[in-house]
Design a protein around this ligand. Structure first.
Ligand SMILES: Cc1cc2nc3c(=O)[nH]c(=O)nc-3n(C[C@H](O)[C@H](O)[C@H](O)COP(=O)(O)OP(=O)(O)OC[C@H]3O[C@@H](n4cnc5c(N)ncnc54)[C@H](O)[C@@H]3O)c2cc1C
Length: 404
């Protein structure tokens, strides 16, 4: 039996390896000259390849439940053993994030490339697959300059996040085979806010709790680092909310109810306790309003908070509206205007609808012999290794099932 796997990324290399280990002849087709290119950039070059915590609630999109279901079978422990069997030792860090012990994404790519080649997978790089045609008993897979015949096909072409202009994705291939593809939008992307709300904060990093609200209703929250740039808020906490900016509370892209990012900078005290704390200090000091905030927040943020309550940073502390400032420390509101583009995103929300696939084997119900894995499906995970974990688990499931 010949299996064609389209896309030599995380899911595709894993699927190819799993199918080949079960005795299938595997042809792996990749448009770029090198397999696993995107993996090298993951986790800031360290590759946060899994997460040891419970996957429930960490996946989104139409296939979220299916993803959690599959990860109950391909558990973290099982995936860690899988990696160990390939020769890669994993190490768990804060919040359940798991990295290669080497601390290098390159180790993950090297291990995958060498096991794929050692398993006899026929890797063809620099060839984008342009069409998949159904034939009696199989498929004809067309790529730039050639065609292969396969009994089964695994589509693991990834999403639109961080792909170069002109790169192929698999959505058109899936669409032509009759697989429904839901609307695509950037997930794990910077959030665009009114530039004046964060003026002067470029490069400032803080830890905060963020809540995204739409039409006054709170939709989702994240805690962690945020980073300000020109007109954008990024960092783990902000990026984790991006999919909710475009998708909101289940409404489609284009929902234009006002959205805001509520930033809780100082959870140590309530707004009222902060007011009292300020007031107890300022009556005894001749400081400016900005001086009073010096020990609490970055000076740039202090200026923004004071501007938002119409206070002059250099005015006498005693005249500043400390009640309003106390409230802003806990609930500083930034007007959200959208998210960064796919180029700046780490994942894609939307994709091939999971209802078209068997949740265990990832075989397309309407096109027997066609399988899909990874980001190309309508599943996106939270920050922290969940997207790659899905790529490995779905790659193994699809590869094993295709070879069965
Ligand atoms: C900067 C960055 C950092 C990230 N960091 C993390 C992290 O630390 N942890 C985490 O869990 N996730 C991370 N992610 C997300 C993670 O990289 C993806 O979720 C994961 O790579 C998806 O795997 P995949 O195999 O589905 O797709 P990909 O890894 O994107 O692989 C798809 C492959 O298919 C090829 N392809 C597409 N179309 C065709 C075609 N028509 N013909 C031939 N080949 C084709 C592509 O060139 C690509 O090589 C990060 C993403 C980015 C952009």
């Amino acid at each position: 039996m010949t299996i064609a796997v389209i896309g030599a990324g995380a899911a595709g290399m894993t699927a190819a390896l799993s199918a080949s280990r079960r005795g299938a002849k595997v042809v792996l087709l990749e448009q770029h000259p090198r397999a696993g290119r995107k993996l090298l950039a993951t986790g800031n070059g360290r590759c946060n390849l899994m997460n040891a915590s419970d996957p429930a609630g960490r996946y989104f999109g139409g296939g979220a439940d299916a993803a959690v279901g599959l990860l109950r079978r391909y558990t973290y422990e099982r995936l860690r053993d899988h990696w160990e069997s390939l020769g890669l030792i994993c190490r768990e860090e804060r919040d359940g994030r798991v990295y290669p012990a080497s601390g290098r994404a390159a180790s993950v790519v090297d291990v995958l490339r060498s096991r794929v080649s050692g398993a006899g997978v026929e890797l063809t790089t620099g060839r984008a697959v342009t069409d998949i045609l159904r034939e009696p008993g199989g498929f004809a897979v067309r790529f730039d300059g050639g065609e292969v015949r396969a009994d089964r096909v695994v589509i693991a072409t990834g999403g639109k996040a961080a792909v170069n202009d002109g790169d192929a994705t698999g959505y058109a291939l899936l669409g032509r085979l009759g697989v429904p593809v839901t609307e695509l939008s950037p997930a794990l992307a910077p959030i665009r806010v009114e530039p004046s709300d964060i003026r002067g904060l470029k490069g400032v990093r803080v830890r905060a709790a963020l809540t995204l609200a739409r039409g006054g209703k709170e939709i989702a929250s994240e805690m962690g680092e945020i980073l300000f740039s020109d007109g954008y808020v990024s960092g783990i906490a902000a990026m984790g909310l991006a999919r909710h900016v475009t998708r909101g509370d289940g409404r489609a892209v284009g929902d234009d109810r006002p959205r805001e990012l509520r930033v809780d900078l100082m959870p140590e005290r309530s707004a009222d306790e902060w007011r009292r704390w300020f007031e107890s200090r300022v009556y005894a000091s001749g400081e400016s309003a900005q001086d009073v905030l010096r020990g609490l927040v970055h000076p740039g943020i202090a200026r923004r908070l004071l501007a938002a309550v119409h206070a002059d940073a250099t005015s006498a502390a005693i005249d500043a509206p400390w009640g309003g400032i106390g409230r802003m420390l806990r609930d500083w509101r930034l007007r959200v205007t959208g998210v960064g583009g796919f180029r700046d995103a780490q994942a894609t929300a939307g994709g091939a609808g999971l209802e078209a696939f068997d949740g265990e084997t990832l075989e397309c119900k309407a096109v027997p012999g066609l399988f899909a894995a990874g980001e190309t499906l309508d599943i996106d995970g939270a920050c922290g290794g969940f997207n790659l974990m899905w790529a490995w688990a779905s790659g193994i499931a699809a590869g094993e099932a295709a070879a069965r």
